[in-house]
Design a protein around this ligand. Structure first.
Ligand code: AFP
Length: 305
């Protein structure tokens, strides 16, 4: 007997307005998945807040999520990677802030590779000043051969659900655990090894130790590889071009930090600062990230000392 997301969240004690907000996030995921399968690739002749070209799918996914968050009447503040300014909504039923990347890795879609949506959830109607520890929940949806939702509610673990043939998410894995070390590694920003000999040495050492490289260029499927296998490390260190790294703190690194942390993993910058200890000072700020098996993250931090 499969268990629906609503029944599962009720069973683990998720309070009703957070359950309702997550229900709307799941509905957005269903509609995004339908849009992806309709195959509207191509560019929209616009740029996002970070000056990156936007695919039509980026814009459509952003619109779908914004509409569901507004309809929930629970989201007071919505912050998207695709929009420079936050959106404020009337939220008579409750007050949450949602920061999200609507379609992370969208440039991979025309190559038929997996991509995803990432969500971080805070209470209240402000994001600046909030830390990763202040999140009440986080989730990602990976649009691949199977459409999967991985969700963490603060203090209640990390769980995986699969979208069924009528667009509903049903539980597939409860209380996922990440072991302390791995035989895999997912090294992003390889161009940094040209000037960063510490990164270069770490990757050489792990390669010589016989580790298997797993990297697609999509943060969501690459971190899902760690979640799925129960071990691994994803890295995106800084370089001259990305002096603070490429990935965004509020709608990529913090949500992934909660999800991996609730599964027993670790997430920090290459300098060893825990991602969840950081606070948001600018909504589009970026940060370097090492995330996954705790001992592997510690080994990587030590390599940069
Ligand atoms: P796009 O969203 O522009 O495809 O970038 C994807 C991403 O933000 C993240 O999903 C990847 O981990 C990272 O960029 C890959 O960056 P590189 O292209 O430098 O490998």
């Amino acid at each position: 007997m499969t268990e629906s997301i609503n029944h599962f969240m009720r069973r683990i004690g998720v309070e009703s307005d957070l359950r309702s907000l997550i229900y709307h996030i799941c509905r957005a995921g269903k509609y995004i998945n339908f849009t992806l399968r309709a195959g509207h690739t191509g560019y929209s002749e616009t740029e996002n807040a970070s000056g990156e070209e936007q695919l039509k799918l980026d814009v459509q996914s952003d619109q779908i999520i914004m509409k569901e968050l507004e309809k929930s009447e629970l989201c007071a503040l919505a912050i998207s990677e695709e929009q420079e300014l936050p959106q404020r909504f009337s939220a008579p039923r409750g007050s949450f802030t949602v920061a999200f990347d609507p379609l992370d890795g969208s440039s991979l879609f025309d190559a038929n590779l997996s991509i995803g949506s990432i969500f971080g959830i805070w209470e209240g109607d402000e994001l600046v000043g909030q830390t990763g520890h202040d999140m009440v929940g986080a989730a990602y949806i990976v649009y691949g051969p199977r459409v999967l939702l991985v969700i963490s509610i603060k203090g209640s673990g990390t769980h995986e659900l699969e979208m069924n043939d009528v667009g509903e998410f049903v539980l597939t894995r409860e209380n996922i655990e990440i072991t302390s070390t791995s035989k895999y590694f997912s090294p992003g920003n390889l161009r940094a090894t040209i000037s960063d000999e510490k990164y270069r040495k770490l990757l050489n050492d792990w390669t010589n130790d016989g580790r298997t490289l797993r990297y697609s260029g999509g943060m969501v499927p690459d971190i899902h590889h760690t979640i799925s296998k129960g071990h691994g490390i994803f890295m995106y260190p800084p370089d001259e071009k990305h002096t603070s790294g490429k990935l965004r703190l509020a709608f990529e690194c913090m949500p992934m930090g909660l999800i991996v942390g609730e599964a027993g993993g670790a997430a920090c910058t290459h300098a060893g600062q825990p991602i969840l200890d950081m606070s948001v000072s600018e909504i589009h700020q970026r940060c370097p990230i090492l995330i996954g098996s705790t001992d592997d993250v510690a080994t990587a931090v030590a390599a940069w000392k």
